[in-house]
Design a protein around this ligand. Structure first.
Ligand code: SF4
Ligand code: SF4
Length: 131
């Protein structure tokens, strides 16, 4: 969290080794005390500051971050190699479990048929809002 006080930028770190302990709630409470503020929730997995602030959305855009595997099943011979090497158990003979996949791309390198291609992944939306 970065706070601007009389043209001077102050940084305040709110940390915890565990999720769900209230870091965002504390940050929002401090921010509520500041005037003329811009607030940015940069959590890459689960932004939740908007749940507290009830923003009026001004801009909404799609965000593409990272890549995910796409399999050409016409080329796949079901050899099982991708299933064997994926440490996240995210692909089964060419069928990808996109929830478990971390997008590392290893399967696309080892597929002997060249059936797996990594493509840009839709990760969610970003917003600019007024609070
Ligand atoms: S490694 Fe390639 S050919 Fe083998 S099962 Fe996976 S996608 Fe199919
Ligand atoms: S990209 Fe990585 S995590 Fe995803 S299926 Fe392939 S090997 Fe597994």
């Amino acid at each position: 969290m970065v706070i601007m006080v009389q043209n001077e930028i102050k940084q305040l770190a709110i940390v915890s080794g565990k999720g769900g302990t209230g870091k965002t709630t504390i940050a929002a409470a401090f921010a509520a005390l500041a005037k003329n503020k811009a607030m940015v929730d940069c959590d890459v997995d689960a932004t939740d500051l908007h749940l507290l602030l009830q923003p009026k959305v001004l801009v909404q855009e799609k965000y593409f971050g990272g890549r995910s595997p796409h399999v050409d099943l016409d080329k796949c011979t079901q050899c099982g190699l991708c299933t064997e090497i994926c440490r996240f158990s995210a692909i089964d003979n060419g069928v990808v479990d996109y929830i478990s996949c971390e997008g590392c791309g290893f399967c696309s390198h080892i597929c002997p048929e060249g059936a797996i291609k990594m493509e840009e992944a839709f990760s969610g939306d970003w917003f600019v809002s007024e609070i």
